[in-house]
Ligand binder design. Structure first.
Ligand code: SME
Length: 163
C-alpha cells in the first residue's frame, strides 16, 4: 500500500515538473487550464474526465477546458459536487457517486469524483473536477497535489484576469 502511495506521489511530482515546463511564463487562464486538463488526464489512466468550471456570474459555474466525454455546460452553486465545492470553498471527494444524491451524472462510467475549488483571496473563481471509472480512486495524495496544482493556477493568473 505504501509502495502504491509512493508511486502515485512520484507521478504527481513528475506531473508538477511537466506543468512548470509546459506553462513557463504563461499567465493566460484558458491556456493554463487547457494544459493542466490535458496533462492530468493523460497522467492517470484511472481518470475519465478532467476539466474546469469557471465562475462567470454570481453562484454560476460554466464549463471551461476539459478532456473526456462532454460535460454539462452550466452548474449552479446549489447543484452537484462542483456546486458543493464552490459553495463550501473546500475540496469535495466522493468515493462512490451513487451514494451522493446531489451528484450530477455526466457519464454513467463515473464511480468516484474529486472537485477542488480555485480560490483567489478566499473568493472562488472556479473548480477543477476529476471523475474516475473506479470507486474510491482519490485519496489524500491526490487531494494534496491537486490542491497544489489549483494554487499554482491561481498564482500564475493573479491580476491578469478578472475570473
Ligand atoms: N459530476 C459533477 C458534474 C460535472 S461532470 O462530472 C463533468 C457534479 O456533480 O457537479
Amino acid at each position: 500500500m505504501a509502495a502504491k502511495a509512493n508511486r502515485k506521489q512520484q507521478k504527481y511530482l513528475r506531473l508538477l515538473l511537466n506543468l512548470e515546463r509546459l506553462i513557463g511564463n504563461e499567465t493566460d487562464l484558458v491556456s493554463i487550464m487547457a494544459t493542466v486538463a490535458c496533462e492530468v488526464y493523460h497522467a492517470f489512466k484511472d481518470f475519465n474526465w478532467v476539466g474546469f468550471y469557471r465562475v462567470t456570474e454570481k453562484n454560476v459555474l460554466k464549463i471551461g477546458p476539459y478532456q473526456g466525454e462532454h460535460g454539462c455546460l452550466t452548474i449552479s452553486f446549489d447543484k452537484g459536487v462542483c456546486g458543493a465545492a464552490a459553495r463550501k470553498k473546500t475540496t469535495q471527494s466522493v468515493p462512490d457517486v451513487s451514494k451522493v444524491p446531489y451528484h450530477i451524472a455526466c457519464s454513467p462510467k463515473t464511480k468516484s469524483e474529486i472537485v477542488i475549488p480555485l480560490l483567489q483571496a478566499r473568493k472562488v473563481v472556479g473548480v477543477l473536477d476529476i471523475d474516475s471509472h473506479r470507486f474510491g480512486a482519490f485519496d489524500s495524495v491526490d487531494k494534496r497535489y491537486l490542491e497544489m496544482i489549483c494554487e499554482m493556477i491561481v498564482e500564475r493568473t493573479r491580476g491578469e484576469h478578472n475570473i
